[in-house]
Ligand binder design. Structure first.
Ligand code: UD1
Ligand code: CA
Length: 470
């Protein structure tokens, strides 16, 4: 929300470009860092900084970009079409022409700069409004400025114009002060200035950056220095990986500051929409993707990959567990090497151990699936023990069926439960049984060949085999 002394302002975000340098069929601005597409980072930051309106210029891959924006921001974003990508100046023209009534101040951002801090937008708006300048822009200094537009200053040190990297003379190439691409402009001035842009340059495009020279001629530019580390743009996969690492590090630091115990700030992969409570701990190489929640006292150990998983308080996720769209109850224990597939709901203090797989299954309070089991499409009550190697045979080749297990049932090792089947409370399944019929309460189900012992047979057999060998 705009502060009292600040006039309301609109944001224009440019996101129509193709991004050929990404070498990908996906539109550039939809590449994600920390689980959120580039353009959504920028839009989110503009809204947080107080934009009263947010116009996003789309073009390349517009249907996909529009869908993402609508899903994430709904009516808070207005989409403008730039049908042909004729340059950043042309993109801004499309936005301004989409609403002839748009007035006041306009903040322009590029949809491929996902690290911009909200505080920098606020401070640019404040400073250019205080100076009553037609145009305010951010600049930054870089040891290797390659690729960025350079800031050309006049003899008195005032900003005179911006030269694009490919239009630079040898002298201009050496300038270290660059244009990160964040502007605050008076709408009336902007409307007039974009009409004057030409495509008389190396790329044959209408450059937004030429607007700076038009303002500078009137002595009407304010510049704000900032740190380039926060402002880097994404043009290729390398830039994307660098930005992603920076964003992840920021997320890890924020979590650590609020009391999450983190083994390695540089080896934690938590998406932006995950929530981790103070007092939880996260080991190295842990990935929390999508919308995970990890509550207080819970621990997610080395190498776990959780996607949309809720980990309740004091639960323990041991190393190398993979879980998706599932809930892990309070004080439960999972792993090492467990695989929880979609709709697994583990009750409080339940246990899923090594090499066990669950899918679409509820496991009641205190129940255990400790070793090498597959439980799919199951409804399992409280205090149940599922022995090692148990399989819920849920698929008949055409359809999936449900296995229902009552409270306090004991399923012996290496049993198969052929669904649909129900085992009522307190029943006992002998090891190695294939259960094909329902088992009544408190009964024993045993289905296996009778054992026969032939005394002395082993010794005689060994002797015979050894004679043969000689
Ligand atoms: C631009 C700046 C450059 C600056 C750099 C910072 C211009 C002319 N140059 O260069 O001075 O240093 O960003 O990262 O502005 N876009 C459209 N429509 C178009 C062209 C681009 O919407 O017709 C969008 C792209 O989707 C992208 C953004 O504008 O999000 C920037 O375009 P890009 O081609 O990446 O500009 P740079 O060459 O990086
Ligand atoms: Ca760029």
């Amino acid at each position: 929300m705009p502060t009292d002394e600040q006039a309301p302002w609109s944001a224009i975000i440019l996101a129509a470009g193709e991004g050929t340098r990404m070498n990908s069929s996906r539109p550039k601005v939809l590449h994600a860092i920390a689980g959120r597409p580039l353009v959504s980072w920028v839009v989110g930051t503009a809204l947080e900084a107080g934009a009263a309106r947010c116009l996003v210029v789309v073009g390349h891959g517009r249907a996909e970009v529009e869908r993402e924006l609508a899903e994430t921001f709904g009516a808070r974003v207005e989409v403008v079409l730039q049908s042909e990508q004729r340059g950043t100046g042309d993109a801004v023209r499309c936005a301004m022409e989409s609403d002839p009534a748009l007035s006041g101040r306009v903040v322009i951002l590029y949809g491929d700069c996902p690290l911009i801090p909200e505080s920098l937008i606020r401070s640019l708006v404040e400073q250019s409004q205080a100076a009553k300048a037609n145009l305010g822009l951010v600049t930054a200094t870089l040891p290797t400025p390659d690729g960025y537009g350079r800031i050309v200053r006049d003899g008195r040190g005032a900003v005179a114009r911006i030269v694009e990297d490919c239009d630079c003379s040898d002298e201009e190439k050496k300038i270290n002060e660059v244009n990160p691409g964040l502007y605050d402009v008076d709408a009336g001035f902007l409307r007039d200035a974009i009409r004057q842009l030409t495509s008389d340059n190396a790329q044959g495009q209408r450059y937004l950056t030429d607007v700076v020279e038009l303002a500078a001629r009137r002595g009407d530019v304010v510049s704000v220095a900032a740190d380039m580390a926060d402002l880097m743009g994404v043009n290729d996969q390398r830039d994307l990986a660098i930005c992603a690492a920076r964003r992840r590090r920021r997320i890890a630091e924020t979590l650590a500051k609020k009391g999450v115990a983190i083994t390695d700030l540089d080896a934690l992969y938590v998406d932006a929409d995950c929530q981790v409570e103070g007092g939880a701990s996260l080991g190295a190489q842990v990935h929390l993707r999508g919308k995970c929640v990890v509550r207080q006292g819970a621990s997610v150990d080395v190498g776990c990959v959780l996607t949309n998983v809720v980990v309740e308080a004091n639960a323990l996720i041991l190393p190398y567990t993979v879980a998706t769209d599932s809930t892990i109850g309070e004080g439960a224990s999972v792993g090492p090497f467990s695989h929880l597939r979609r709709q697994s709901k583990l009750g409080p203090r339940s246990k899923v151990g090594n090499f066990s797989e669950t899918k679409k299954t509820t496991l009641g309070e205190g129940s255990k699936v400790n070793h090498l089991a597959y439980v799919g499409d199951g409804i399992i009550g409280k205090g149940v023990n599922i022995g090692a190697g148990t399989i819920f045979c849920n698929y008949d080749g055409e359809q999936k069926h449900t296995t229902v297990i009552g409270d306090d049932v004991f399923v012996g090792s290496d049993s198969q439960l052929v669904a649909p089947v129900t085992v009522e409370r307190g029943a006992y399944i002998a090891s190695g049984t294939t259960v094909t019929r329902d088992v009544p309460e408190d009964s024993l189900a045993v289905g296996r060949a009778k054992q026969e012992n032939k005394e002395g047979y082993a010794a005689r057999l060994r002797a015979r085999l050894r004679r043969k060998k000689r």
